[in-house]
Design a protein around this ligand. Structure first.
Ligand code: SF4
Ligand code: SF4
Length: 694
């Protein structure tokens, strides 16, 4: 019988050294988290647990790409299954015959055996993808290949260990051990091969011991590499998913005590590592460098310098560099002065970021939607904008003009504020001042009030609401910009001013329910006004019209067959999960034949206008709206239906750019419904705020 006296001292030394080194690295990583700004992410535990189960353990987001998703999921689930086996192997260093009760151990051994073969197959699949298929989103990485080699090595050494052990016991006629080991089919098969090769018991025992120690050495080396590489996500991804953001997706975080901080001339936004909160640091630790955000970013796809993956990695590298400086400072090897000088010698984080990349973001949320580990990109990009705008005053002339227009005229185009209500001249629509406490407030928005094309949509919405007898009022000249462009530009102070003014007008007028036409206004009023005390029930016109059709409050006439493709607005779709309502509304229009393109719903591509990009020239790369219209044309539509005034402009321009304006139209879905109304009702005073209540 073999003896295992050599194991305990060796395993003990390996564990002490490896866990000591691992603990030291983890402590440094943890110290950065501890020193970062506070953030509350411990609430709503049940919702967090659900995300952990579905996105974390269930690997839900990985399956957006089925092939790589399956490979990753099998590897991940395999690791979960093999966790206990790993503990047992270390225990065998000190108690070689330790086993769970046979009723548990035998089936578990069988599961371990099969799992190891499945994981090995997945690893071979990964090698194939990286070395042969070479998907564009995956950069060549020697480190990734090494890690794959380690995982494959773990599977091979454990299988071999079990097989050689089995073979040795077989030759020793150890019936009890054989009964135990026979449950593992692949190890058995391999044992048969080893025995057939003529190895004697001593050689097989030597092979078993060699594989046992190589296996432990790989695990401990792997463990130490994790926090020093992109594979840190193996440790951080489950916590990152559990601690992910549960606020409405479309809401940016509120900057509190803003006036006081501005007065004190504090640095605002994100300029250096200390400005990150601990969850933002955890995000940086967790990036797997998978490139899903990169290949789905409209800015990157259209040749702009913005790559969301690189934003995360650049921030991460800066945090690592900063913590390295802090380590030197705390090591006692340098004087406090020298350490201080060292810290100052590290340029601020913002110096390493390309401003063109920061301003190229359309805040479309495609990056975060795709990220399998729930990393939030927009908050970091917009925190940098906040710093550029509110602390450094560094922005382009067109941004300066937009801000000036917003400040002076409360609309981004600088149109005379007293012309805001001109669109409703002669329509006898009551204002909030004339008819307080309305059933509904129709928040028209800047585009719907000033832009000639968007004004047609406003009139179509009014026509539909009046035809259905929906009582509503508008704010008229009292309406201000919702604040979306100011906030997305990074001017939090201006946003808060505009939002507070609108909230006060709405609350004074007794508003409880709001219809918004512009998804940006819709998102801001619905998700961001509550941060400032403005709580209203907010619906988008695509939803309201759908409800009116479903309730039979609108009668539509049969029209000619119309092939329509719907373009998802980012602020309805990815920011507010409204994918089906606009489609259901369109599908209720007689004659409309809805068709889809590959990139729709969560995968839909931005039109290029979000994040206040509507008010900035697009000078680099291809125009995003040209790319998007190219995708939409694959469905050969007669009409591209939209539900956003910015999308309307961008799609319309894209159609013109392709010289297709004679065969394809861009139309808001409200216009399509208004055109189909059987008996158009002329706007009248009776259809205003207090007519037909309820
Ligand atoms: S929000 Fe959109 S534009 Fe901005 S980085 Fe993410 S994917 Fe790119
Ligand atoms: S941020 Fe997310 S999607 Fe982008 S590379 Fe990192 S893990 Fe992948």
């Amino acid at each position: 019988m073999p003896t295992y006296d050599h194991r305990a001292p060796l395993v003990a030394v390996m564990l002490l050294v490896a866990l000591g080194l691992f603990g030291r690295t983890m402590w440094r990583r943890f110290a950065v988290l501890r020193s970062a700004r506070p953030e509350t992410r411990w609430d709503l535990v049940a919702t967090r647990a659900k995300a952990l189960l579905t996105i974390g353990l269930g690997q839900q987001k990985m399956f957006k790409e089925p092939a790589s998703g399956l490979l990753h999921a099998f590897t991940f689930w395999g690791f979960c299954v093999l966790g206990l086996r790993t503990v047992q192997l270390f225990v065998h260093g000190f108690a070689p015959d330790f086993a769970l009760p046979a009723l548990v151990q035998r089936p578990y051994d069988a599961v371990v055996d099969v799992t190891e073969v499945v994981v090995l197959a997945a690893i071979l699949g990964f090698f194939w993808r990286r070395l042969v298929v070479k998907p564009t989103r995956i950069a060549y990485s020697g480190e990734a290949l090494l890690i794959l080699g380690f995982i494959g090595g773990l599977m091979v050494t454990d299988l071999w260990y079990a097989a050689a052990h089995f073979g040795a016991r077989h030759l020793a006629n150890d019936a009890a051990a054989l009964h135990h080991l026979a449950a593992a089919p692949f190890a058995n098969l391999l044992a048969g091969t080893l025995l057939a090769a003529g190895f004697d018991a001593a050689t097989l025992q030597l092979q078993a011991e060699a594989n046992y120690f190589v296996h432990l050495a790989i695990i401990l080396t792997f463990l130490n590499l994790l926090p020093m590489s992109k594979h840190f996500h193996v440790i951080t991804s489950l916590p990152n998913v559990f601690l992910s953001r549960l606020e409405p997706k479309g809401a940016l975080a509120l900057v509190t005590d803003l006036e006081a901080r501005l007065e004190k001339e504090e640095s605002l936004g994100l300029a250096q590592a200390e400005d990150l909160n601990w969850k933002q640091v955890l995000d940086l630790y967790t990036c797997t460098e998978c490139g899903r955000c990169e290949v789905n970013c409209p800015a990157w796809q259209s040749g702009k310098p913005l790559n969301p993956k690189m934003i995360i990695l650049d921030l991460r590298d800066h945090v690592y560099a900063q913590s390295a400086v802090a380590k030197v400072a705390s090591s006692g090897g340098v004087s406090a002065e020298a350490a201080g000088a060292g810290e100052k010698s590290l340029p601020p984080l913002i110096a390493g970021l390309n401003p063109d990349a920061i301003w190229a973001c359309t805040t479309c949320r495609s990056c975060s939607e795709q990220c399998p580990v729930m990393i939030e990109h927009i908050d970091k990009i917009l925190d940098v904008r906040r710093h550029l705008v509110m602390t450094r005053n560094e922005f382009s002339k067109e941004v300066a003009t937009t801000l000036k227009n917003l400040e002076n005229k409360s609309n981004p185009w600088g149109m005379a504020a007293n012309k805001r209500a001109d669109w409703m001249k002669g329509l006898a629509i009551p204002t909030l001042a004339e008819s307080p406490n309305p059933e509904w407030l129709y928040f028209v928005g800047c585009a719907g009030s000033f832009d000639d094309r968007a004004k047609q949509v406003t009139l179509a919405v009014v026509k539909v609401l009046q035809a259905a007898g929906v009582p509503f009022a508008v704010m008229g000249k009292k309406e201000k910009c919702s604040g979306d462009p100011a906030r997305r530009i990074g001017h939090e102070y201006l946003f808060q001013e505009q939002a507070k003014e609108n909230i006060a007008t709405m609350q004074d007028g007794g508003v409880r329910k709001v219809i918004a036409s512009c998804p940006h206004c819709f998102n801001t009023i619905k998700n961001e006004y509550p941060q400032l005390g403005g709580k209203f029930e907010v619906v988008h016109h695509s939803d309201v019209i759908g409800r009116l059709l479903a309730e039979g409050r609108l009668t539509l006439q049969q029209g000619a067959a119309l092939r329509v493709v719907y373009h998802d607005s980012c602020y309805l779709g990815r920011h507010n999960d409204m994918y089906e309502q606009p489609r259901e509304t369109l599908a209720r229009v007689p004659g409309v034949q809805l068709v889809e393109v590959e990139r729709s719903r969560k995968l839909g591509m931005c039109c290029g206008a979000g994040g206040a990009r509507m008010f900035m020239e697009e000078k680099m790369g291809t125009r995003i709206n040209d790319l998007r219209v190219g995708q939409l044309m694959e469905a050969q539509p007669q009409v591209v239906a939209v539900a956003c005034p910015f999308c309307l402009t961008m799609v319309q321009d894209g159609i013109k750019g392709k010289d297709l304006q004679d065969s394809v139209q861009a139309r808001d879905l409200a216009e399509i419904v208004a055109d189909a109304l059987q008996a158009p009702v002329a706007p009248s005073p009776e259809s205003g705020a207090n007519a037909n209540p309820g």
